[in-house]
Write a protein that binds this ligand. Sequence first.
Ligand code: NCD
Ligand code: ZN
Ligand code: ZN
Length: 401
Amino acid sequence: MPLLIKNCRILVKEKIFQKNILVKNGKISKITNMEPKADRIIDAKSNLVLPGLIDCHVHFREPGLTHKEDFLTGSMAAAKGGITTILDMPNTIPPTTTLDALEEKRKLAAKSVVNYGFNFGGTLDNLSDIKKAKNIAAVKLYLDNTTGDLKLNDFEIVAEILRISKLTIVHAEDINIKNVIGIMIKNKIKNMLHVAHVSSAKELEYAKSNKLRNQVSAEVCPHHLFMNEKDLQALGAFAEMKPSLKAEHDQKALWNGIKEGAVDMIASDHAPHLKEEKEKAEYPFGVPGVETMLPLLLDAFSSNIITIQTIQKLCCENPAKIFRIKNKGFIKEGYDADLVIADLGKRQAVRNEDLLTKCKWSPFEGKILKGWPVTTIVNGNVVYGNGEVFGVKAKEVQYGR
Ligand code: NCD
Ligand code: ZN
Ligand code: ZN
């Protein structure tokens, strides 16, 4: 059942070309100027086509917190946002810190309509499970307080985990970023470290201005790029996340880091909590993000703040490379047909009622954005198109190591 996606504007060696993409058995079989025969044709109408985004930082809340989100609602929201692969975080209930919990999550994720992978949580006493865990994206360590109960205080254990895990993601804020890199240096650790949600000038400096910078990747999130602490006034708890929103000069430093190549990846840190929970005196931290990340970035492209090349690199190519995700992140023959068609001219407001995330709110509500995904294709299947999500099940990703 070959599918032909006609009139795609894609990046070929950093330049835009119009091509037709033939998809067979869920894979990109040909990128061509010809019109090969196909059973189905989608006309991209000269719209931009990107590799589906790989969002390596989401909290789909399953199991245990499914009143906030689950793999179906989270993945439908992701598909609508042009994201075709997600990596889920371990701070669920139970946390993904044992082999049993990983297997349970694997079963639950089978309902996802975008491809998925799992980050495994590190604790004081799960080294042997970390060693045995199969097909995980990375080990996630929490060095500061946030949603869940996974904060590690013992730097000896942190060192042990950094030593055995090929790729470790840290939730480390401020000086703790410097501390964890210090542990790597002191112990001569050669593995990779990924610093999640870098939020300030200082944090970016700690992450990238040191002799291990080639071993350390830095991720930034849309909320830190498109908001700053001034937004707290209007939004209150709805703009509270970990790490918190910072000053305008920090926000500028992150954009500067994107321009200068210090930022390696953009991820949503999609962290849904219900409105009722956010309205309580003791509210939880985190904001949803999978549906608005690409529109925000495309809107920034319209305002000349970021290039399409950089969006593709930070949201598709680098996540695939850093997490060594097989056959994804690029529009290449032989790669998985995970694609997003985006209409760069489409103007639309972010509206809470349009959102598919279970939490049904966004800190960007009311913002008019120019540039929206219109069709999302996962493994050669249209999962989002004409405003509708289709429930085709996706697959767990594989890693090249
Ligand atoms: C995240 C959550 O709610 O799970 N919250 C957040 O504020 N970012 C946890 C996290 O990523 O630290
Ligand atoms: Zn975090
Ligand atoms: Zn997170």
